[in-house]
Design a protein around this ligand. Structure first.
Ligand code: F6P
Length: 360
C-alpha cells in the first residue's frame, strides 16, 4: 500500500543529518514507492500556517547531499510545541496544531531525527494524537540510552581530535599549556574519546571530580621530565572546583554551558607559572562534512527506520548495538541518560596511560 511519510530533524544540528534524509528518501521511494515529505524547521513546520515542508525527490538526494553538513530541512531546539513562543513573548500550547498539521499533510507516519529532548516531545505528541512515530538517534553528545552510537558523534569526535592535533605543535613551539573546551552537554564522551585519541595529558569530564592541585602536579611532573608543553581537554559541563557550573546563560530552563576552559586556563597559569592558552571549540564540532562512519550509520539508520514503518512497528527508535541496527521502545531510550560509566574501557585506557582523569 502506498504511504506518505514525513521526516523532520529536531534539536541541535550535527553532521550526518542530510545523509539520513537521503537514505530515508531513497529507500521509501525506490523500494516501496512511497511519497516522502521533508518538514521544515523541526516540529515548527507542522505548527505554522501555511505548513512549511517540501516533497523529497530522488534528484535532490545526490551524492553531494551525502557529504553535506547541517540539515537541508532545517531544525529547531527552541520551539517546543507544548510551550510555543508567540511574537509578544507569551507561550501557547500548539500541540493540537502540530497534530492537525500531520493530518493536513495526510501523513501515514513520521520519522523524527533527534536527541533525547526532541524524542521526549515527539513521543508526547504522537501519544496525544495517536500518530505513527519512528525515531532516529542523533546527537554529538552521544548520551542516548540503548544505542552505542548516535549520528553526529563520530564527526564531532574527529573534529575535537584534530583540534588537539593542531594545538600540540603550537603548544610545543611556545612551551605552553593548551586547554581545549569541547561540547557534550552533561556527558563527557567527546572529551574522553578525543583526549585519548589526541594524546591529552589531562582529561576532565563531568562524571569524575577533579582537583586543581592534581592537574598542576601532572603538568609540573611532565615539565620536570623535560616535556615543555601540556594538553588539557575539558568537557563543557565540568564544574569549577567549588562546584559552581560554568554557564553563559539559560536557554529554555536549561543552562548553556561555556567558560570552564577559561576558568581552568587562568587557574593553571597562576598555579604552575606556565603560559596557558584556551580554545573553546564550540559549534565547529557540529558543522562540516560528516566523517565516513557518520555517513554509514546515518544511511543504515535511515533505511531501518523506513523498514519499521513498512512493518507497522511504531513508537520505536532505531539503535546501534553489537554491530547491528536494531530497534528499541522510544520510552526506554529517553529514560536512560547515557553518561560515561566509570567502568568504560576508555576510562581504564586513559588511566592506565597516565592521563590525569580526575579523582578516580
Ligand atoms: O546537544 C548538542 C549541543 O551541541 C551540546 O553539546 C551543546 O551544549 C548545545 O547543543 C549547544 O546548543 P546551541 O546550539 O543552542 O548553542
Amino acid at each position: 500500500m502506498s504511504k506518505r511519510i514525513g521526516v523532520l530533524t529536531s534539536g541541535g544540528d550535527c553532521a550526518g543529518l542530510n545523509a539520513t534524509i537521503r537514505a530515508i528518501t531513497y529507500h521509501a521511494k525506490e523500494t516501496y514507492g512511497w511519497t516522502v515529505i521533508g518538514i521544515h524547521k523541526g516540529t515548527t513546520g507542522l505548527i505554522t500556517r501555511p505548513h512549511e515542508y517540501q516533497e523529497m525527490t530522488i534528484e535532490m538526494c545526490d551524492n553531494a547531499m551525502l557529504r553535506s553538513g547541517g540539515t537541508m530541512i532545517g531544525s529547531t531546539n527552541k520551539d517546543d510545541p507544548f510551550c510555543f513562543p508567540n511574537s509578544d513573548g507569551t507561550k501557547t500550547d500548539r500541540s493540537a496544531d502540530f497534530i492537525q498539521g500531520y493530518h493536513d499533510l495526510k501523513l501515514d507516519a513520521l520519522i523524527g531525527i533527534g536527541g533525547d529532548g526532541s524524542m521526549r516531545i515527539l513521543r508526547k505528541l504522537a501519544t496525544q494524537g495517536n500518530l505513527n512515530l519512528v525515531t532516529i538517534p542523533k546527537t554529538i553528545d552521544n548520551d542516548l540510552g540503548h544505542t552505542e552510537i548516535a549520528i553526529g558523534y563520530t564527526t564531532a569526535l574527529e573534529v575535537a581530535t584534530e583540534a588537539l592535533d593542531r594545538l600540540q605543535p603550537t603548544a610545543a613551539s611556545h612551551q605552553r599549556v593548551m586547554v581545549l573546551e569541547v561540547m557534550g552537554r552533561d556527558a563527557g564522551h567527546i572529551a574522553l574519546g578525543a583526549g585519548v585519541a589526541g594524546g591529552a595529558d589531562v582529561i576532565l569530564i563531568p562524571e569524575i571530580p577533579y582537583k586543581l592541585d592534581q592537574i598542576c602536579k601532572k603538568i609540573k611532573s611532565l615539565a620536570s621530565m623535560g616535556r615543555n608543553f601540556s594538553l588539557v581537554i575539558v568537557a563543557e559541563s565540568v564544574k569549577k572546583e567549588n562546584g559552581e557550573a560554568a554557564t553563559v546563560s539559560e536557554d529554555g530552563g536549561r543552562p548553556r554551558y561555556g567558560g570552564i576552559g577559561q576558568y581552568l586556563g587562568e587557574k593553571i597559569q597562576k598555579l604552575t607559572g606556565a603560559e596557558t592558552r584556551v580554545t573553546a571549540l564550540g559549534h565547529v564540532q557540529r558543522g562540516g562534512q560528516p566523517c565516513a562512519w557518520d555517513r554509514i550509520v546515518a544511511s543504515a539508520f535511515g533505511v531501518s527506520a523506513v523498514d519499521l514503518i513498512a512493518a507497522n512497528k511504531f513508537d520505536r527508535m532505531v539503535a546501534w548495538q553489537h554491530r547491528q541496527v536494531t530497534n528499541v521502545p522510544i520510552a526506554d531510550a529517553i529514560e536512560r541518560y547515557q553518561a560515561v560509566e566509570l567502568n568504560d574501557i576508555l576510562v581504564k585506557t586513559a588511566k592506565s596511560m597516565g592521563i590525569y582523569l580526575g579523582e578516580i
